[in-house]
Design a protein around this ligand. Structure first.
Ligand SMILES: Nc1ncnc2c1ncn2[C@@H]1O[C@H](COP(=O)(O)OP(=O)(O)OP(=O)(O)O)[C@@H](O)[C@H]1O
Length: 598
């Protein structure tokens, strides 16, 4: 495979196990060469065929008609290579076949079998097998490898050297290996590296490094083709070198979705050799006039960002920070924001609002405004893949031509948990009050509106630094001590329990809006609490209100991109989904294959 050849997609057969020689016999194709071998102490034939490598009993063809013959039938994509292992047995000509085998848990493992060649054409049979291995469609000959040394549990380099490099070496893949030296280094590498001649780009990392490398590479590609990547309507050029992620990150979402749920180092490396390629959607995220990110999993604003930022600031709490932040943000400081949201749906996928041929954005539909009363949101998220409802569970289809929008206009905590469980593959959530799901989304525009009254209140506090906002936050959640933290978590459980016993509760828009509204309300009835209040309690409340407003203004400037939070200056974003865009070594989830064949 060379860089400019079209990638042969989805060409490979679905099964991944060598078959007994009698099964699927028709799939072996024409015989190219044959020799006699000893296998399991039996005299057998070794046949190099067009489609497969067959080890079968002598006269297997005739025998097969009457009884099931012993032996194996490997597709070429399953054979890694063949080696001369005669040095282990100088009296005989020994040939070792290295192949991949699918395990019960869907992972792939390297296996070997050694045969004594009793025929007199040892050298030619060996080179014939090696030739066939080189001809496997999409099996790379030259790979570019980028390792994140600090991703996940910081073992990227060790993982690559011990587990991955030997597999690529076995398959005679030439590799160029680089280690990212700092944050965003991958972006620079993507923009500047000459990828000519590479048949695959391998990221030994989590999702973050891969997204950075991809973004840089896309920028390089568009520049070379004179396409303005900053324009959300531009037909951006697709990469034609397939990617693969070796899961060395923390969450490894891309690997999960593209590898049938298997997050396993060896399996990912073997997927590269197997050469099965499917293309993933991406979403480009733009501010007016400029691209600000590329995502392969999800984009979000609001609750999802607030949660991540809250927990990021408490890294010292280790894993407990997630539970703590969920409790703190959901129960105490749920922020609502005003926004105008517009979207485009790909309602007729058969015709395709997006052309799968060139990845161009060709929406046939106009933007539709999503217009709930009051335009208030707790969260807006754009999932890059569709969630497919399989009845008893949901599954992410990363190869669908569209994504899903989640518009939370103030759903209850229980609704939020219920939907989160759905996204993790549990049973479909069904209707949830104030949670609006738009399936087959291909475009999203968000403009955060800053209400004049609130805005002027916030503007007064703009001078307050982020630290002041944090301090207010700490006053509310951080300084209450462990026992109170625990009791808050208890409350989560209680809330969940009580809410689960009734029908989904509707939260009025603004109810979760935090303390600002509450204080404004209080000030109407209690002058001491109002802005003119002179009492110490009143002043303290005012200070807290100002700090909370500053914090909310601050949070309005954070967006969520594939698990990372990013600070941006503007309040207006446009997201465009580019379907079937990034070629990725992987497979289709078995449940989706089953569902489609039903
Ligand atoms: N040498 C380095 N020093 C500091 N940061 C780095 C270095 N190399 C890469 N990074 C940064 O590490 C960040 C996270 O990388 P990555 O996604 O690989 O791991 P992760 O966050 O643990 O996994 P996941 O994204 O799956 O949760 C990226 O944003 C990247 O910029």
């Amino acid at each position: 495979m060379t860089e400019n050849q079209p990638i042969k997609q989805d060409e490979l057969p679905e099964t991944e196990k060598p078959h007994s020689a009698g099964e699927k016999h028709e799939e072996r194709g024409e015989s190219i060469m044959c020799t006699s071998v000893k296998f399991s102490n039996q005299d057998m034939n070794l046949l190099v065929c067009e489609l497969s490598l067959v080890i079968e009993e002598l006269n297997g063809l005739e025998k097969e008609k009457t009884s099931k013959s012993k032996g194996l039938n490997f597709r070429w994509c399953e054979i890694i290579t063949a080696q001369n292992s005669s040095e282990k047995d100088t009296q005989n000509q020994m040939l070792t076949l290295h192949y991949m085998e699918k395990q019960k848990n869907k992972s792939l493992r390297v296996k070997s079998v050694t045969l004594k060649v009793t025929g007199d054409n040892f050298d030619s049979i060996l080179s014939s097998i090696q030739d066939q291995c080189q001809k496997v469609p999409n099996r790379p000959k030259k790979l570019f490898v980028l390792i994140n040394p600090i991703g996940g549990n910081r073992k990227g380099v060790e993982i690559y050297e011990k587990k991955i490099a030997p597999i690529f070496a076995l398959a005679n893949c030439e590799t160029t290996v680089k280690i990212s030296e700092r944050a965003k280094h991958a972006l620079e590498i993507g923009e500047t590296q000459d990828f000519t001649g590479y048949d695959g780009i391998i990221c030994v990392s989590g999702d973050g490094l891969y997204q950075e490398l991809l973004e840089g590479y896309l920028k390089q590609l568009q520049k070379a083709h004179g396409v303005d990547i900053n324009d959300p309507k531009a037909k951006i050029v697709k990469p034609n070198i397939p990617f693969c992620l070796i899961p060395a990150g923390s969450s490894n979402g891309t690997v999960r979705y593209t590898n049938d749920g298997v997050i396993d180092l060896e399996t990912s490396a073997l997927r590269v050799l197997r050469g099965e390629i499917h293309s993933l959607n991406i979403v480009t995220v733009h501010e007016p006039g400029k691209i600000i990110g590329v995502c392969g999993l999800a984009f979000g604003i609001g609750l999802i960002t607030d949660l991540l930022k809250h927990s990021d600031e408490r890294r010292w709490m280790k894993k407990a920070r997630y539970v703590y932040s969920i409790a703190a943000v959901l129960l105490k400081r749920r922020r609502m924001y005003d926004a105008q949201v517009d979207y485009i749906l790909d309602e007729d996928e058969s015709e395709g609002a997006h052309s799968a041929q060139d990845g161009a954005v060709q929406p046939r539909k106009e933007w539709t405004e999503f217009n709930p009363d009051g335009k208030r949101y707790a969260c807006t998220a754009f999932l890059v893949s569709r969630m497919v409802n399989l009845g008893n569970k949901t599954i992410v289809d990363p190869y669908s031509n569209s994504g899903a929008l989640i518009l939370d206009t103030g759903c209850s905590n229980f609704g939020f948990f219920k939907y989160t469980r759905t996204m993790l593959g549990q049973s479909p959530a069904g209707e949830i009050a104030n949670l609006h799901i738009k399936d087959k989304a291909v475009g999203l525009r968000i403009k955060i509106l800053r209400d004049e009254a609130v805005s002027s209140e916030k503007d007064k506090t703009v001078g307050l630094k982020e630290e002041d906002a944090k301090q207010a936050d700490e006053e509310e959640t951080g300084n209450r001590g462990d026992s109170e933290g625990v009791s808050e978590l208890d409350n989560v459980a209680k809330t969940e329990k009580s809410e689960s016993s009734k029908s989904v509760e509707t939260v009025e828009p603004g109810e979760g809006g935090g303390e600002v509204e509450q204080i404004e309300e209080d000030s109407k009835t209690d002058p001491a609490k109002g802005s003119g209040g002179k009492s110490e309690a009143g002043k303290k409340r005012n200070r807290k209100a100002e700090a909370a407003a500053a914090r909310d203004s601050e949070l309005e400037h954070y967006i969520y991109l594939d698990g990372e939070i990013k600070r941006v200056d503007g309040l207006e974003f446009e997201c465009r989904l580019h379907s079937s865009f990034v070629p990725m070594f992987g497979c289709v989830a078995s449940e989706l294959v089953d569902a489609k064949s039903e």
